[in-house]
Design a protein around this ligand. Structure first.
Ligand code: NAP
Length: 331
């Protein structure tokens, strides 16, 4: 009953229309959410997807003071994989147009911006290692670390991604499919790295811990290498972790975006300004180079997720939502 009332209230707040020019974002954790790892109380069928961008087609009473029909808004919240969706006005952000680039900022950009700001303690000339650097959130971590005056190392799995990383300021892209990551770090960074923005987990996390410099900070952003397993957690040999941290006065810090919503508005405003001034690259991958073609329509969401897990994406994976048949409309 409570939930029904909540939903009705939300429906009164604000309705968005997601039309043919609109987009939803794919995130590594979409499969964690659908596996019930985010909220075990949610039982199927439930809506997946964390973010979208679209046009307002209807407004509730309170929402009409802030928005008008026809506005473009971006929204961050669960259930975004939909042609039409209902979003509380306070969870949406006005954007100048329905460009997919704005979508990259909601989760991927905000994660890098806030995590590095709050937990990175970046100082000029420090060395920062970003794993999965050419992906949705990695591309932003590279650029924000560079803006802070750091030397940036980024891991990726292809030469094309390495070229992209160079183009956004990464000093040392490492294509780990060709170069041994451990050997390269040992040889070229014998003093270790000051900060790690770590998204892969398992053996990469172990290597990153071992590569920390004295007073190094490792930010646990994710552990994608385990998400496709039953537990969702990759194996990690952490028995000697306290010793390693003590010996280097180093630290391992976890970051989860929903815990930092107090920083969210400032982060989005600042990133949108950088983008408008041409100071921030928001690389989008709509699957133009994917085997079965561009990601269009909600039915291509699963293809887009597979593409990401095959390590093929360069930038943020985005699906264009096709115009629904009028007869199928939920409105
Ligand atoms: N903590 C938070 O609040 C938060 C918020 C957003 C995202 N994240 C985390 O950030 C990470 C990246 O997420 P994203 O959505 O931005 O994805 P993404 O970086 O756009 O895509 C994932 C990338 O990871 C690599 N990868 C894919 N499957 C892998 C596997 N099985 N093992 C190792 N590497 C694999 C691939 O890059 P290469 O092939 O080039 O290595 C792929 O391009 C994830 O760990 C995610 O959980 C955390």
């Amino acid at each position: 009953m409570m939930e029904k009332e909540m939903r009705r209230y939300v429906a009164l707040e604000l309705q968005h229309h997601v039309s043919h020019s609109d987009f939803v974002g794919i995130n590594a954790s979409d499969i964690n959410y659908s596996a019930g790892r985010y909220d075990p109380s949610v039982k199927p069928p439930f809506d997946a997807g964390f973010e979208g961008i679209g046009e307002v087609i209807g407004l509730g009473l309170s929402a009409s003071s802030r928005y008008t029909v026809g506005d473009t808004v971006a929204y961050f919240g669960s259930g975004a994989f939909a042609e039409y969706t209902v979003v509380p006005a306070k969870e949406s952000v006005p954007v100048p147009s329905a460009k997919p680039e704005f979508l990259t900022l909601l989760v991927s950009g905000a994660t890098a911006y806030i995590a590095l700001k709050r937990l990175g303690d970046l100082a000029k000339s420090e060395t920062v290692l970003v794993t999965a650097a050419a992906g949705g959130t990695g591309q932003f971590a590279v650029q924000f670390a560079k803006r802070a005056g750091c030397h940036v190392i980024g891991t990726c799995s292809s030469d094309e991604k390495a070229v992209f990383l160079k183009s956004i300021g990464c000093d040392r892209p490492i294509n780990y499919a060709k170069e041994d990551l451990a050997k390269t770090l040992r040889k070229e960074y014998p003093q270790g790295v000051d900060v790690v923005y770590e998204s892969v987990g398992g053996s990469v996390l172990e290597l990153a811990v071992n590569s920390l410099a004295t007073k190094g900070r490792l930010i646990v952003i994710g552990f994608i290498s385990g998400y496709q397993t039953a537990s969702g957690i990759p194996p990690f040999k952490g028995g000697t972790l306290p010793v390693k941290l003590l010996q280097k006065s180093a630290s391992v810090r976890g970051f989860f975006l929903p815990h930092f919503l107090g920083d969210y508005r400032e982060a989005l405003t600042s990133m949108m300004q950088m983008f408008a001034k041409g100071e921030l690259v928001c690389e989008v991958d709509c699957g133009d180079m994917a085997q079965e073609g561009k990601f269009v329509g909600l039915e291509s969401v699963f293809r887009a997720v597979d593409y990401m897990y095959a390590g093929k994406n360069l930038g943020k994976v985005v699906v264009e939502v096709a115009p629904p048949n009028v007869g199928d409309s939920k409105l």
